[in-house]
Write a protein that binds this ligand. Structure first.
Ligand code: TYD
Length: 211
């Protein structure tokens, strides 16, 4: 059985990742490709429980190291119990965020450093990387407008961090996409969902083959 492909969407808050993940799943299904859509933090019961610990808004929040360990632990369960079994069954996995989020948020904006996040990912998930990571980039104005329309005043503990934190997240994502260009596609996310979806399909063409 051929392994399925592992596709991740990355980007800041309000970039439109989950909309694009759904549109991609519909397009793959229409081509007869079996796929699962999942998200991080979460995707399995254990990882969803950790999501509650990470994003709940009560309490002081986690120290940056503890936060990174919790994301890595959630990812480990997700990889072992959902992502690898699905890929091994030949399904494609479309994941809303993966380890590059930890590199941008905890490693970059949170100040932990990239090497530490990579080390945690090696322990937790044997360093698994997606076949392709689609980085959706939007202007800060679009991101704020979309996140406010979705969350109002109810942003989660990480989404609610200040503008400087989110600017650093965006900057690190961009730097990763340049440094590791072979496994990234940069997608301009300010247009309509349909316009963005067309770019996603174009980026995936090498993996999809002829329609
Ligand atoms: P979510 O509601 O899924 O946000 P979004 O819709 O913007 O993707 O919440 C996930 C939050 O967790 C988001 O603020 C990004 C953050 N996060 C990290 O800080 N590190 C990580 O490794 C992951 C996967 C998410």
């Amino acid at each position: 059985m051929t392994l399925g492909k592992f596709i991740a969407f990355e980007g800041g808050e309000g970039a439109g990742k989950s909309t694009q993940a759904r549109l991609l799943a519909d397009a793959l299904t229409a081509r007869g490709i079996a796929c699962v859509v999942t998200r991080e933090p979460g995707g399995t019961p254990g990882a969803e429980a950790i999501r509650g610990l990470l994003l709940g808004t009560s309490g002081a929040g986690w120290h940056p190291r503890a936060e990174a360990l919790l994301f890595a632990a959630a990812r480990s369960d997700h990889v072992e119990r959902l992502i690898m079994p699905a890929l091994e069954a030949g399904q494609w996995v479309i994941c809303d965020r993966f380890v590059d989020s930890s590199r941008a948020y905890q490693g970059g904006a949170g100040g932990l450093g990239d090497a530490e996040v990579i080390a945690l990912h090696q322990v937790g998930s044997k360093g698994l990387l997606p076949d392709l990571t689609l980085l959706i980039e939007v202007s800060p104005e679009t991101a704020t407008a979309r996140a406010t329309a979705r969350d109002g005043e109810a942003a989660d503990r990480i989404g609610g961090r200040d503008a400087g934190y989110h600017a650093r997240v965006a900057q690190v994502f961009g730097a990763l996409a340049v440094a590791e260009a072979a496994r990234f596609a940069r997608i301009a996310g300010d247009g309509t969902a349909e316009m963005v979806h067309r770019q996603v399909l174009a980026a995936l063409a090498p993996l999809l083959g002829p329609a």
